[in-house]
Design a protein around this ligand. Structure first.
Ligand code: S3P
Length: 188
């Protein structure tokens, strides 16, 4: 099976989409694209500022436009923001010409990885854990439904996740498969 042209990473805040996406792109020789970073570049402002000035809906409109703009980028890995699946109109653009990989993380892992974060406006309140839990309940079924591949990221290094994604997309020799499966077991 040849490798897919476009790989789109979806999943919650703290799942490692940007880090894993960058590694995955490097490994495949693909371009790495990140909707959040590109929105910031386009806007000349960071995400907290966009939420402050334009509200969440203003950010979501920019996000939808960016997802649509990046739907035809060929050999690339696209990291999306956690809320990219919340607008129905985005779903066909995320799927377009792509394999969608859901980077799944437990609530504990999400909490741990976002604990000191100041750049995610949805978590700057008294109950970020409650927010993460509610968002997970709402979004997990949508990520799962949309994804071609679901990849658990808990307690795994980005390097291992990348290797497992590549193996799922394009399993090579039986020996390589056994090696990855063994690593899978060791990190289960
Ligand atoms: C959001 C996730 C963020 C960013 C924005 C909103 C969300 O991206 O797009 O703060 O709604 O879950 P990451 O998932 O990369 O943190």
């Amino acid at each position: 099976m040849p490798l897919p042209k476009r790989i789109v990473l979806v999943g919650p805040m703290g799942a490692g989409k940007s880090t894993i996406g960058r590694h995955l792109a490097r490994e495949l020789g693909y371009r790495f694209l990140d909707t959040d970073r590109m929105i910031e570049e386009r806007c000349g402002a960071d995400i907290p500022w966009i939420f402050d000035v334009e509200g969440e809906e203003g950010f979501r409109q920019r996000e939808s436009a960016m997802i649509r703009e990046l739907a035809d980028t060929g050999a690339s890995v696209l990291a999306t923001g956690g809320g990219a699946v919340m607008k129905q109109e985005n779903l066909p653009w995320l799927k377009h010409d792509a394999i969608v990989v859901y980077l799944k993380a437990s609530l504990e892992q999400q909490i741990e990885r976002t604990r000191k974060d100041r750049n995610r406006p949805l978590l700057q309140n008294e109950d970020p854990e409650g927010v993460l839990r509610r968002l997970f309940e709402l979004r997990d079924p949508i990520y799962t439904e949309l994804a071609d591949v679901v990849m658990q990221t808990d307690r795994k290094s980005p390097r291992l996740v990348v290797r497992q994604i590549i193996n799922r997309l394009n399993p090579r020799t039986p020996r390589q498969r056994r090696k990855v499966n063994k690593e899978d077991r060791n990190h289960a």
